[in-house]
Ligand binder design. Structure first.
Ligand SMILES: [Cu+2]
Length: 156
């Protein structure tokens, strides 16, 4: 939308934009399942009984921040509510991958924190984080990360 502000839209166009904007906001609140605005200020999520679900969509993840405990096994389900393939990837975090079941026909290496999920499907990743620190998780496909598919992973 670069340059859109420089062009003064005619009244019907402005009205259409207003309708589209409110429709998008409705969609956004419907997707997050609450009226809480999504954003970096959202509360970090931690596994409950060792299990955590991360939802992917165009273009983002919910939750956007995850906190894990060092040395504790995590069962992460990537639930892809998007229209296209997405994945969940963390670079430079040492992990012990116990099990990885991606859908959509791709997969990570044994020591890689990676799981993929096809549209309307899930991927499962069981692993143990072996390093404390702050990391980023993101979708490796195309320009999805630039479009907003990234979040913060903390191991403490
Ligand atoms: Cu993606």
């Amino acid at each position: 939308m670069v340059g859109a502000a420089a062009v003064r839209p005619s009244r019907p166009v402005a009205a259409l934009i207003a309708v589209l904007a409110s429709a998008l906001m409705l969609l956004a609140s419907a997707c997050s399942g609450s009226n809480e605005p999504a954003g970096p200020t959202s509360t970090p999520a931690s596994p409950a009984n060792g299990e955590i679900t991360v939802v992917s969509f165009e273009w983002g993840f919910e939750p956007e921040a995850i906190v894990l405990q060092l040395g504790q096994e995590v069962s992460l389900t990537l639930e892809n509510n998007g229209e296209i393939l997405h994945d969940f990837n963390v670079d430079d975090l040492e992990v012990d991958v116990i099990e990885e079941m991606s859908s959509g026909g791709f997969f990570g290496d044994d020591d890689e924190l990676f799981v993929g999920a096809d549209s309307d499907d899930v991927g499962l990743l069981r692993f143990v984080p072996l390093e404390a620190g702050e990391y980023e998780f993101y979708c490796t496909i195309g320009s999805h990360r630039q479009l907003g598919m990234e979040g913060r992973l903390t191991v403490q």
